[in-house]
Design a protein around this ligand. Structure first.
Ligand SMILES: Nc1ncnc2c1ncn2[C@@H]1O[C@H](COP(=O)(O)OP(=O)(O)OP(=O)(O)O)[C@@H](O)[C@H]1O
Length: 209
């Protein structure tokens, strides 16, 4: 790993997909922007989950925020302290208000900024329940919460899949801003709109991976 890497993978295979046959090495420095692409089913989500300590690698060494992710307990600690994530199914606690979901993801002190960002994205939070959100609104709530956490590492799985072009561009700009503030940001997506955003491209299932 580089001395400053936020995430370092050495000889890593995830439980499913292309990295099983071809283990991967990857360093992601603070402020770097990584786009993971590749065909459906190739293993993008599986790799992203390892990068975010959401699941453990089946082989190799994963270091996040200077800590090696060995045990499940290591993964818990790393996730809590270092990682913000946007998962593909934009999970919210359904019986909590959207406000409570957002405040829990962001931290109460960062809630106002997260709600303001959401409002600028056309999503008003107050008085809403998750069941009243469209798929795209839900995706933006989870993204605003993850970004507000101020984590050193942000992983996002298809964060713009339910968004129109204008909302997509706003979300891409927000991920750019997070990287400029020092976060290492890793996005898995089929959408080539991420190509111009990324500083590193990991293409799974191609000649290089
Ligand atoms: N828990 C699981 N048990 C068994 N197979 C799984 C599991 N999770 C994923 N897979 C399989 O592993 C492969 C990689 O899945 P993964 O979701 O990582 O791919 P992906 O590239 O993100 O796909 P997509 O672009 O369609 O979201 C797929 O063939 C998938 O069916």
């Amino acid at each position: 790993m580089t001395a400053t890497a936020a995430v370092s993978l050495r000889g890593v295979s995830a439980a499913h997909g292309a990295t099983q046959g071809r283990p991967i090495d990857l360093d992601v420095d603070p402020g770097a922007r990584v786009w993971i692409s590749g065909p459906s089913g190739v293993g993008k989500t599986s790799l992203l989950y390892v990068i975010g300590a959401l699941t453990r690698a089946v082989r190799g060494t994963v270091t996040i925020g200077g800590s090696t992710v060995g045990s499940a307990r290591d993964a818990d600690v790393v996730r809590r302290h270092h990682v913000g994530f946007v998962l593909q199914d934009a999970q919210l606690v359904e019986h909590w208000s959207v406000r409570r979901n957002l405040a829990t993801m962001a931290g109460e002190d960062r809630y106002p900024a997260a709600a303001e960002r959401l409002s600028s994205w056309g999503v008003d939070v107050e008085g809403r329940q998750p069941r009243s959100l469209s798929g795209g609104e839900r995706q933006r709530v989870v993204t605003a919460g993850a970004l507000a956490k101020g984590a050193a590492v942000i992983v996002a799985d298809e964060p713009t899949s339910s968004l129109d072009e204008s909302a997509r561009d706003s979300v891409i700009a927000a991920f750019l801003e997070a990287s400029r503030a020092g976060a290492a940001v890793v996005v898995s997506s089929h959408d080539s709109a991420w190509a111009g955003w990324a500083t590193q491209h990991v293409r799974l299932g191609g000649p290089d991976a």
